[in-house]
Structure formats: structure tokens, C-alpha cells
Write a protein that binds this ligand. Structure first.
Ligand code: E4P
Length: 219
């Protein structure tokens, strides 16, 4: 399973990339709005740092506007994946942009039928939002299971990108289901590095080692 960082913050991205586990980045208008710089410049720099797919979302809402904007966003860097919301206009725009050879990530997906339609029009990625479903007492990961089950019957090339991830158990469940990608806020990736037994174990290894070294020096 690929790991993407769900952030527009370069400092966070630069801190996590050296781990060697980051395959791409997703952004959205809300994430980019938090950053004080020109979004095109931020995306260019993220692409340089990550060297993998970087989702950059259109803000036009009509299909002609989404297509024109999508072409401009794709021209920012070859790693840009044009992110388009699942609306009628978004589906039309996805068909056109994908037909031109652009990679499209269909976002704001909350149902299996939306995911099926996104695949039929050639989306490279589909982004079901698991956390926002959990927030309204609906099982987000069950949606992922249904999409993977549906896609398995056909020759779709659309990758299932688990989005709106809130905690490491979403990552575990996504991997157990065989999702293609899990996009995580930096805090969720950081959380995977915390285990008290690892900390306790390492402290004991080092304590025993240094005690033996000290004893050897005295002998
Ligand atoms: C996905 O690409 C979105 O940017 C993101 O995962 C949304 O997450 P949120 O529900 O935490 O805002």
C-alpha cells in the first residue's frame, strides 16, 4: 500500500520524506488555504521534494471551468494529479481530462456508486472519505471494502485512495483490505512511530550495554 501525506505544509512534508515511505501527496483547497504562499509555487516545490503523484484540486464548479483549470494545474508539474470533486460537472470533466491523458483524482466520494462512476470515466484515483463518514456514525471503512470488492470484478485501473484518515487503525484496516493508497495527515504518520514497548525495550538494551561496558572498563 502506498502512503501519501495529506498536507500542503512543506515543512511537514520535508520532515517525513526522508523516512523513505512517502509515495505521494494529496492537498485540497482547505489545506492550501492554510499556507501563506502562492499555491502553484507550493505544489511545484512539493513535487520536487516527493517525486510522486501530488493531487491539486480545481475550484471551478462547472465542467468547462474544471477542464480549463485542470489543464492549467496539470501544467504546473508532471507529477500533478488533477483533483476533481464528484459532481455531475466533475464527472464530465474527469472523462475529458482523463481522455487527454491527465491523471485525475475524484474526491469527496461517499458512496459505492460514486466510486463506480469515477472508475468508468477513467479516474486514476478515487478518494472515499472514511473519517467524515465515521463522523456521522456511518462505517467509513465498510465503504472501502465495498469499492474494492466492486472494482475486483472489472479491469478498472482506478486506484482506491483512502482519504480523510483520522488514526492508525484506518491505515491498518486499509492495508488489510488491500487499498492501493492511504493518504494520512502528518500527525497520523507520526503516531505510527510511537510504541511504548519499543521505547522501554530500547532503553533497557542501552542500559544493559552501557552497564557491561562500564564493568569491562573497571576490570
Ligand atoms: C483527501 O484527499 C482530503 O484532502 C482529505 O483526506 C480530507 O480529510 P479531512 O476529512 O480530515 O478534511
Amino acid at each position: 500500500m502506498k502512503f501519501f501525506i495529506d498536507s500542503g505544509n512543506l515543512a511537514d512534508i520535508k520532515r517525513l520524506v526522508p523516512l523513505g515511505i512517502i509515495d505521494g501527496v494529496t492537498t485540497n483547497p482547505s489545506l492550501l488555504a492554510k499556507e501563506p504562499r502562492d499555491p502553484h509555487e507550493i505544489i511545484k516545490e512539493i513535487c520536487q521534494v516527493v517525486q510522486g503523484p501530488v493531487s491539486y484540486e480545481v475550484v471551478a464548479t462547472d465542467s468547462a471551468g474544471m477542464i480549463a483549470e485542470g489543464r492549467k494545474l496539470a501544467a504546473v508539474d508532471p507529477h500533478v494529479v488533477v483533483k476533481v470533486p464528484f459532481t455531475r460537472a466533475g464527472v464530465e470533466a474527469t472523462r475529458v481530462l482523463a481522455g487527454e491523458g491527465h491523471q485525475v483524482n475524484v474526491t469527496l466520494v461517499f458512496s459505492p456508486t460514486q466510486a463506480l462512476i469515477a472508475a468508468k470515466v477513467g479516474a486514476a484515483f478515487v478518494s472515499p472519505f472514511v473519517g467524515r463518514l465515521d463522523d456521522i456514525a456511518t462505517d467509513g471503512m465498510e465503504l472501502i471494502r465495498q469499492i474494492i470488492e466492486m472494482y475486483r470484478h472489472y479491469a478498472f485501473r482506478t486506484q482506491v485512495l483512502v482519504a480523510s484518515v483520522r488514526h492508525p487503525m484506518h491505515i491498518v484496516e486499509a492495508a488489510r483490505m488491500g487499498a492501493d493508497v492511504c493518504t494520512c495527515p502528518p500527525s497520523v504518520i507520526e503516531a505510527c512511530f510511537n510504541h511504548p514497548l519499543t521505547d522501554i525495550g530500547l532503553a533497557k538494551f542501552l542500559k544493559d550495554w552501557h552497564a557491561a561496558q562500564g564493568a569491562a572498563q573497571k576490570a
